[in-house]
Design a protein around this ligand. Structure first.
Ligand SMILES: [Zn+2]
Length: 247
């Protein structure tokens, strides 16, 4: 991909605009999740947009070579999109790249993790439904990856924040059965943590360090160490399970 910086690119969309239909143009900030296939010569893109949520949009004439801004529509590029809503489809008319995450692309493990998040977003979000708070978290989680924070650590926090957004995040502080303090470890049961007295026979998960990071207000942790990484890796599959079970 070429470096885009902050550039505005126009697609080859030519539309006759009846005077009364000015509202058919909207501007939305967001990110490219996926490039789909060509439909009738137009390139399909899955965008995650503010207000509009996850939406398939089309780049007109992309198959005919009038398409000259491939890089601006790569997955993980953030931008402001001017969109045109026709009767059948939403078209991309203009893209103003706001963040191409150039540095992130140099980190293979970070790119791999971001691709994993994209799969989770595409699988779990309802098309056309707004998830603005999640979109913001996705951006800051990507920023943390770009800054070199261990991908497994960021990923567990991103998932936990996502669950929190949807009201299905496990509480790190109190046992979900009896309400006693968990003091940094718990047993996973039915989508949340239980204390030793409530679920003593199952495997306990330590999360004191990770919980501190998850509950902080930044995706950039104050400290990173092997124990925190171990905790994040152990928690991640449980968080994904919560997403799967609540779909
Ligand atoms: Zn309990």
């Amino acid at each position: 991909m070429e470096r885009f910086g902050k550039r505005t690119e126009k697609t080859g969309l030519r539309v006759e605009i009846p005077e009364e239909s000015g509202q058919r143009f909207v501007k939305r900030a967001g990110v490219v999740l996926k490039r789909g296939s060509y439909m009738e010569g137009d390139l399909a893109l899955l965008l995650f947009l503010k207000t509009s949520g996850v939406t398939w949009c089309y780049v007109p004439g992309a198959a005919k070579g009038s398409f000259r801004f491939g890089g601006a529509l790569e997955p993980l590029v953030w931008g402001r999109y001017q969109l045109y809503q026709s009767k059948r489809r939403v078209y991309v008319r203009e893209v103003e790249v706001t963040d191409d995450f150039w540095e992130l692309r140099k980190l293979p493990k970070a790119v791999f993790m971001a691709a994993r998040w994209i799969r989770l977003l595409a699988e779990n979000l309802i098309l056309g439904y707004p998830y603005d708070s999640l979109l913001t978290k996705f951006y800051w989680a990507m920023k943390a990856l770009e800054k070199g924070v261990e991908p497994d650590i960021v990923s567990a926090r991103f998932l936990w924040c996502w669950l929190l957004d949807w009201g299905i995040a496990p509480d790190f502080k109190l046992c979900s059965t009896c309400g006693r303090p968990l003091n940094g470890s718990g047993t996973w049961f039915d989508g949340s943590f239980n204390c030793q007295a409530c679920a003593s026979s199952r495997q306990r998960l330590e999360f004191d360090l990770f919980a501190k990071y998850a509950l902080s207000n930044s995706f950039i942790p104050n400290t990173e160490n092997a124990e925190m990484l171990k905790q994040a890796r152990a928690l991640f599959p449980f968080f994904v399970k919560n997403l799967d079970e609540n779909r």
